[in-house]
Ligand binder design. Structure first.
Ligand code: C5P
Ligand code: C5P
Length: 479
């Protein structure tokens, strides 16, 4: 597929420059990889960790909530020879300048901050690609890993997982676009992945129907995700018996074509009834990415579920588990993961219930809508809640969502938008950066998903600045 928008040649030469530096690291030289806690960050950090170990280096991997001054202070105290930042760094170059005895290397896909710093950096934006659609941090790390050794191509599946974690399956019917589609083709050619057409329900090709509805987190199906009884009832309600005649659960292979159509229509109707647009609801039908080397009954077989699984680990603070799954740990890690996934679905359902029942949880302004999470919502979960809130009737897809939670220091802000708002001119990363900096904080990210850190008590001011910025940039015309 021809690549448009950017220069793949430029991206590859930047990846080669980073790869050559990483290959020059000797076993006795200290190298610390610092990555973000979400699925893309965990996958990106793990890809470079594996590639470095395979090349004979002895890296350490540290997962953080975000790149802030404290993290730079900690790195400065440890004095590693190299600090490799994955899924972060491009937007925080002013902080990297404080590293004196450590050489920073950045492998990122966030909107880069301009800087005169002499920095080894690979980022799709620098080569003309869009880091929110065309390539994830894990994909960028994969390009570097492949330049380090062709045999690292087995890590392509982690690159796919990272891209799905960042919701980059934005092509027609859940396909990949840009550099992601090249990586997906490589994984398919190597027999590591199969792309099927189906319902984007987790484990759709292998699990009982009731179970894949219950387990699906992205999109979160309010009232169904995490509730087997409700999924059973919905199927019964549309005339599908969830059980076979022999008493076992029905899988997709047990359905006739007509029954499958009924299930698809039933799911779309349900999602619309929950407030999703018909475009979003119809996107439930599309590409399903099956990882051939994972066992069918595990949450890692379906690449979207793999992404949600490690995202759950990160968001619940189980960084070690997330990384060890990316590095290939199964067995006990899988049993632990099943519990984490249950906790994660429960936490999300609890937050959604709180949103519906608390009169002070939501604030609506002319151009933005806000979730005031205070100390109710964990700062690591506020981003997830903001993403999922669009699946709930309470929130309109016409305005971005800006969510706040009390952080260990100050307030954590998470913003989420829709592809339509971005087409109409919204750049949430720029809004977060400008509004937070006006209040003495910091922020940035992507046009569609971004975040910030602001001082305590500044939520209302932040909202009114963001409201004005959104009104200035977003055109009223739907495209
Ligand atoms: O740091 P990073 O780029 O990986 O984070 C982006 C975050 O935004 C992810 O947690 C991803 O799930 C979220 N996102 C979203 N909706 C989108 C795109 C990304 O919630 N359309
Ligand atoms: O934390 P959350 O999932 O809301 O982050 C959304 C996106 O914004 C991520 O890509 C994250 O790396 C980015 N972000 C940022 N600066 C911050 C907070 C988040 O660039 N201070």
């Amino acid at each position: 597929m021809p690549l448009t928008g950017g220069s793949f040649h430029d991206l590859e030469s930047r990846a080669s420059a980073v790869a050559n530096e990483l290959l020059s690291i000797k076993p006795e030289e200290s190298v610390l990889i610092i990555s973000h806690l979400d699925a893309d960050g965990l996958a990106a950090g793990s890809i470079l960790f594996s590639a470095l170990v395979r090349s004979g280096a002895q890296p350490h991997l540290r997962i953080v909530k975000q790149l802030e001054g404290e993290v730079i202070k900690e790195i400065s105290a440890m004095k590693p020879k190299y600090a490799v930042f994955t899924d972060m760094g491009s937007g925080q170059k002013s902080l990297l300048k404080d590293l004196v005895e450590t050489k920073p290397i950045v492998v990122d896909h966030h909107q880069p901050e301009k800087s005169d710093m002499d920095l080894l950096e690979v980022n799709p934006h620098l080569s003309g690609f869009d880091g929110s659609n065309d390539l994830s941090a894990a994909g960028t790390a994969y390009l570097v890993a492949k330049k380090m050794a062709e045999s690292n191509s087995d890590l392509s599946t982690l690159a796919i997982v990272g891209a799905l974690g960042d919701i980059q399956d934005k092509g027609e019917r859940g396909a990949f676009v840009g550099v992601n589609s090249i990586i997906a083709e490589e994984a398919v050619k190597m027999g590591l992945m199969t792309v099927k057409k189906g319902l984007r329900l987790y484990g759709f090709e292998s699990r009982p129907l009731v179970k894949c509805m219950e387990y699906t987190i992205e999109p979160f199906l309010p009232g169904l995700s995490g509730d087997e009884g409700a999924c059973y009832k919905l199927l019964k309600g549309i005339g599908i018996d969830p059980r076979r005649q022999d008493g076992g659960w029905k899988s997709v292979s047990d359905l006739t074509k007509d029954e499958l159509r009924t299930v698809i229509n039933g799911m779309i109707k349900y999602m619309i009834s929950q407030g999703m647009t018909s475009r979003e609801a119809e996107s439930i039908v599309g590409a399903v990415y099956v990882l051939n080397n994972e066992l069918p009954e595990t949450p890692l077989r379906d690449a979207r579920e793999f992404a949600s699984s490690i995202n759950a680990c990160g968001r619940l603070g189980k960084y070690g588990l997330g990384v060890s799954i990316c590095l290939g740990d199964r067995g006990n890690a899988l049993s632990e993961l099943k519990e984490i996934l249950q906790d994660y679905r429960k936490a999300i359902s609890g937050y959604l219930k709180w949103l519906q029942s608390s009169s002070e949880a939501v604030r609506v302004l002319p151009n933005v809508q806000a979730i005031l999470g205070g100390s109710v919502v964990d700062e690591k979960m506020i981003g997830t809640l903001a993403s999922i809130a669009y699946s709930s009737k309470q929130f309109t897809t016409e305005k971005p969502i800006i969510a706040f939670a009390k952080a260990s220091k100050g307030v954590k802000v998470s913003g989420r938008a829709t592809p339509d708002l971005v087409r109409r001119g919204l750049n949430l990363g720029a809004v977060m950066k400008e509004a937070s900096e006006k209040l003495g904080g910091s922020g940035g990210g992507h046009n569609i998903a971004a975040g910030a850190q602001i001082p305590d008590g500044k939520e209302a001011e932040f909202l009114s600045i963001a409201d004005a910025l959104v009104s200035k940039t977003v055109s009223g015309v739907r495209l």
